[in-house]
Design a protein around this ligand. Structure first.
Ligand code: NIG
Ligand code: FE
Length: 398
């Protein structure tokens, strides 16, 4: 069953006409007066509307914009409870502290599987309605062998991009025994979780894990067949980015406090697809009142930049990629093209995926129909529900 999507005002492809998705935000590409055909879950044809081939079905977009589905490459969705009181206290002047994670760990451990599954399903539906068609999901609120195993198994029910984050923080019962907790994470917890995961992550930060601990977790994860990614330089300057690059991580996430050496390391790590992507999470800075990361510095240095939500109950409880695009444009001075590229193709680079984040021929048919004539509307009309239709894998979901 093929579908012609026609009368598209602006078709954001992020791909050269030959289908090559390109390497950096400069690769943003769009066609006007375009159409595309989706068939068997893939993009089968793109071009000018007047030259489109016949299809079984047709959707007239009325001059609206069509974009690749968002790729949200950083989210913590397996949890119970909420922390709105912590947020309110923060807005009243309290600083964000990594220790808040422990309250979600306690609630998550106490929750039945069905509650966790229902919360996860609700968040994923919420994301899909806002145009997210690929998402990464971390464990990290269990921090015992059975609770982390449950976290990755539940995540694996909803996405192939599952990340084992046993090294989120040291749980209270190991307060006086960090080495013991690291042995658990790198030993039985990893071997129980790795069959359900693709990625290993560590929170490398003062108050969580230091450089040597983080490197050990990533090396153990790699030995178990997982690919590394890192929570780096979120709350202050530190070794996270360097640890990520040295480990060959696909992504260093947050990058809020960077040094010259950090930016150099990211820039010389290689192009996105083989190097380390800087994944910026502006919803966190919005929700914690920290300074935004210096996106212009990273882009000027040639670093591949992704945007993601970091959806979690503590530092940022938004599931909205459109909000992240608007924040990146308004607060981080990314151009609208850079922000949309980073929220789609950039996220795909951060997950080492070539089938999503662009709409070249052969790409997965994940697309968003916007209620506006161009991608610019995502930042121009912040807070407005502009996603009018979503196709995932060729199926219309909304
Ligand atoms: O990405 N930094 C570590 N983890 C999450 C926060 C989790 C929480 O506060 O519950 C983050 O910000
Ligand atoms: Fe995170």
């Amino acid at each position: 069953m093929s579908t012609l999507i026609t009368n598209v005002g602006e078709l954001v492809t992020n791909a050269a006409p030959d289908g090559d998705p390109g390497q950096g935000p400069g690769s943003f590409a769009a066609l006007t007066g375009a159409a595309l055909v989706i068939d068997d879950g893939r993009v089968a044809w793109i071009g000018l509307a007047g030259q489109a081939p016949a299809a079984d079905d047709a959707v007239d977009c009325g001059g609206r914009a069509v974009l690749p589905g968002f790729v949200d490459s950083h989210a913590h969705l397996v949890f119970a409870g909420e922390r709105s009181a912590e947020f309110a206290a923060r807005m009243a002047g309290q600083p964000y502290q990594a220790g808040g994670i422990r309250s979600t760990v306690a609630a998550t451990r106490a929750a039945p599987d069905e509650d966790l599954r229902a919360n996860l399903a609700r968040l994923i539906r919420e994301m899909l309605a806002q145009g997210t068609t690929t998402l990464e999901c971390k464990s990290g609120y269990g921090l015992t062998v059975p609770d982390e195993a449950r976290g990755v198994a539940l995540a694996a029910e909803v996405t192939p991009e599952v990340t084992f984050l046993g090294a989120h923080v040291v749980p209270p019962e190991y307060e006086g025994d960090r080495a013991g907790y690291l042995d658990l994470v790198c030993g039985p917890m990893l071997s129980t979780c790795s069959p359900h995961a693709r990625w290993v992550d560590v929170f490398c930060e003062r108050g969580a894990f230091d450089a040597d601990e983080a490197a050990a977790v990533l090396a153990a994860g790699r030995a178990a067949g997982l690919l590394p990614r890192v929570h780096a330089n979120q709350l202050g300057p530190g070794p996270g980015v360097q640890v990520a690059v040295a480990a060959g991580a696909a992504s260093a996430d947050h990058c809020t406090y960077l040094s010259d050496a950090d930016v150099d390391a990211l820039a010389s790590s290689g192009p996105g697809g083989s190097g380390t992507v800087a994944t910026l999470l502006p919803g966190v800075e919005f929700s914690t009142r920290q300074p935004y990361p210096d996106a212009r510095w990273l882009l000027a240095a040639g670093v591949t930049v992704a945007l993601a939500t970091d959806c979690n109950p503590g530092s940022c409880f938004t599931s909205s990629m459109p909000l992240c695009v608007a924040l990146a444009v308004r607060e981080m001075r990314m151009t609208t093209q850079e922000a949309v590229w980073s929220a789609t193709a950039g996220g795909a680079r951060a997950l080492r995926r070539t089938d999503v984040g662009h709409l070249g021929v052969g790409a997965r048919a994940d697309l968003i129909l916007l209620d506006g004539p161009s991608h610019t509307y995502l930042a121009y009309r912040p807070g407005v529900p502009l996603v009018r239709a979503v196709w995932q894998n060729g199926h219309r979901e909304f």
